[in-house]
Design a protein around this ligand. Structure first.
Ligand code: CP3
Length: 341
């Protein structure tokens, strides 16, 4: 079984020889070879230069026996393609160049041909596939319309009382117009990634928990469903709705094949409750800042607890800049050495 076959089988809840493994935000700052490139190029420059983006995508695969590569890019390239650029704040977090604080600014977003302005993602994916071959799975991704809107309306990393929720409540028609533009752009962006060779795509609803529980279906899931409906049905979609595992039936009703679970969820209990849904996750990212022996032990425990087909080993969120390389190796090696019984 190749890594690609193993990964796709797990997405479809079919049996595999062992669990597939990959890591979210794996190309982050913990790798010295990534930091070396960052000395010479800005983040945005690396994202927009296909040869550099392909190189960063491949870096973790040269060190670890991962089953999948995820495109090096960012969820915020979609707002940028619509006309709202972003940068990183010195003190951490994201700043958009301006906030969507008026109807004019929302109406001015240019949804036409957004995918064309993201062609660098497709070029990077093609370069990765060429260098990596067909053995491993290649993943594309995008932010959910709700999570992107949270950054865009706030003008940066959203606050605890996010402005996007106020907009959804006070001006539903304007909120809908924004979400429609976003859903279309996200779908175009993902379709372009799939056409360029992505085997599966992940949708990040990282700010799902900022949505009031009773509005989650109407304000976020409805738009995720529209995005997924616009994608080829054979391409598995992994949905990461952080903090929202309690909505599992509604999450799968979007058409997502796999639910990516954050660290707060008891995976074994979740899988018992929801039966045939494929899952991904959910080791604690902090684990990778400690000792390799503990990483091995915790990973083994996770593998023992999970029964049945359809689980992809991953973290509950991204790899942190403090992660130790020997801990990442311990995680991946433990998964690779453990057959499914
Ligand atoms: O493995 C990979 O490299 C995949 C590429 C990837 C990145 N961002 C690269 C990145 C993916 C899948 C993302 C997703 C992303 N980006 C999300 C959803 C996942 C999540 O974390 O919930 C979100 C919310 C973003 C927006 C974003 N980009 C944030 C909040 C940050 C951190 C900014 C900070 O405070 O430092 C980024 C930066 C970012 N995106 C980095 C990488 C490798 C670090 C950039 C650097 O400093 O080198």
């Amino acid at each position: 079984m190749t890594s690609r076959e193993r990964f796709l089988a797990a997405c479809r809840c079919m049996p595999t020889d062992r669990r597939p493994v990959w890591l979210m935000r794996q190309a982050g700052r913990y790798l010295p070879e990534y930091r070396a490139l960052k000395q010479k190029h800005s983040f945005v420059e690396m994202v927009k230069t296909p040869a550099l983006a392909a190189e960063v995508t491949l870096q973790p695969l040269r060190r670890f026996a991962l089953d999948a590569a995820i495109l090096f890019s960012d969820i915020l390239v979609v707002p940028e393609a619509l006309g709202q650029p972003y940068h990183f704040r010195e003190e951490g977090g994201i700043a958009m160049d301006y906030a969507l604080d008026s109807p004019e600014k929302i109406n001015r977003l240019d949804g036409k041909n957004a995918a064309e302005r993201l062609a660098y993602q497709a070029d990077a994916l093609r370069l990765v596939r060429k260098e990596m071959g067909d053995e491993k799975a290649l993943l594309g991704f995008a932010g959910s319309p709700w999570t992107l809107a949270a950054y865009m309306v706030e003008g940066g990393s959203p606050a605890e009382q996010p402005k996007v929720a106020k907009l959804a409540k006070s001006n539903p028609a304007l909120f809908d117009a924004l979400m429609q533009k976003l859903a279309r752009a996200v779908a175009e962006c993902l379709n372009q990634q799939i056409a360029a060779g992505a085997d599966a795509v992940q949708i990040f609803d990282s700010w799902a928990a900022m949505c009031p529980n009773e509005n989650y279906s109407a304000w976020s899931l409805r738009w995720i469903r529209e995005v997924i409906a616009a994608l080829p049905p054979k391409t598995p979609v992994i949905l990461f709705a952080k903090g929202m595992a309690q909505h599992a039936p509604a999450l799968t009703a979007t058409g997502a094949a796999v639910l990516s679970l954050d660290t707060s969820v008891d995976v074994a209990a979740f899988r018992k409750s929801y039966g045939t849904i494929a899952t991904q996750g959910n080791l604690d990212p902090e684990l990778l800042n400690g000792e390799p022996a503990l990483v091995r032990e915790t990973t083994k425990k996770l593998l023992e607890q999970i029964s049945g087909p359809g689980h992809i080993v991953n973290l509950g969120h991204g790899v942190t800049p403090q992660a130790k390389i020997e801990c990442v190796a311990a995680l991946v090696d433990t998964v690779v050495e453990t057959p499914c019984t």
